[in-house]
Design a binder for this molecule. Sequence first.
Ligand code: TRP
Length: 469
Amino acid sequence: MSQQREQWGSRIGFILAAAGSAVGLGNIWKFPYVTGNNGGGAFLLIYLVFAVFIGVTIMLAEFTLGRKTSLAAVGAFKSVGKNFTFIGVIGVLTALMIMGFYPVVGGWATAYIFKSFTGLTSNPEIIGDIFGGFITASVEPLIWTGVFLLANVLIVMKGISGGIEKASKVLMPLLFAILIIISVYGLTLPGAMAGFNFLFVPDFSKVTSNTFLAALGQAFFSLSLGMGCMVTYGSYLKKEENLAQNAMIVTALDTLCALLAGLAMFPALFAFNLEPTAGPGLVFIVVPMIFSNFGAMLGTAFSALFFFALVVAALTSSVSLLEVVAAYFIDQRGMKRPKAVLLVGAIMSVMAVLSSLSLGVMAEFKILGAGVFDFLDLLTDKVFMTIGGVLIAVVVGWFVKKEELRAELTNGGTIKFALFEVWYFLIKFIAPIAIAIVAVMGIMDQPLKELMIAGIVFMAILGIFSRKL
Ligand code: TRP
């Protein structure tokens, strides 16, 4: 059964799609506030080391496995060994869980396109109160979350190659451009240097094992790793493409975007005398404040454009997550695409409603100490994706023959991959051990470690039972 597999039209098409999956709320919403919460410079440095040494290594392993087998995540793992099917299944579950909170934040960003027209003020307290009041309300954020999810469903139902791809070709560069404008402007504000130093001068006294796990989880989340997403993308990649180069380009673009977001936020934040630990509201407070200084017309225009571009960046990411879950029902459960997408969309809506309400009226409802939003957020990047990373490294490093990997990475010997031995050593020994150590030490040090341990137990049980899938 060797069907001709659908492939990316062009090299740039693949890079845009993979970078589109990687660049999203993780870079612009999450990265700045996680960096702020973890003390700044030292976190950034650890993040960069992880992105380069572990991120590129795992991404390359995912691309290689995907292209070698020409199968999406579940099938790709299954074809290495039946006992590994569960890694793909965990990936599908992880995608579902991320989509339990991602659309909530996507909804906030959508709302802020419109709030840009009314809500710009340079008073930090008012801006903070507007954000806090908005996300804890019961109805309004749900409407925007619904809008965002609906866009996802429509896009995935119609196929990704249409409007969203064209829109992202224009809007991703625009997002970069606006981030550069904000950064340059922010750096000229009085007091901005303190923010610059916060971001780039490491203070190691703030580093704990939590910092390492936060940095590693952020790297996995931001690069879309550890759950088979890049395996699936790799399966569509042409045989003559250079896998290593692609992995490096995608990682570089994603990291650059996160750095720019940091540079756009922190100097301005310090200039405005705000706290770097502002939390998940950071971007929604700092960006409107910056633009309020641009004057009514220009400020509104920039702010609306910024959030519009952010929504599109978020959509190109969330669409990849919805697709992973829908593809499971289509490929493995024989469902028709529209039915699968609607079913998955419905499950995600319920989860998203619960996550959104957990920030307001449902604040008292906790699962092992965490509200629904935090539960999903914590379990995915810090537990499921890091453990998923260990499993992927072990499968590729220990269960696929070295010569097969070499052949795949050099396109059957037709191109050079000078760092093959280095990569092989990293994926076989360094990556799995380093990720496991960071994950175990970090989890033991978490306030909510019972929750995380329960997550790992659940993964193990799933592993045992999904052998029959
Ligand atoms: N990387 C995306 C972001 O930074 C989120 C995302 C999309 C993702 N697809 C993923 C995360 C797959 C993990 C796995 O916003």
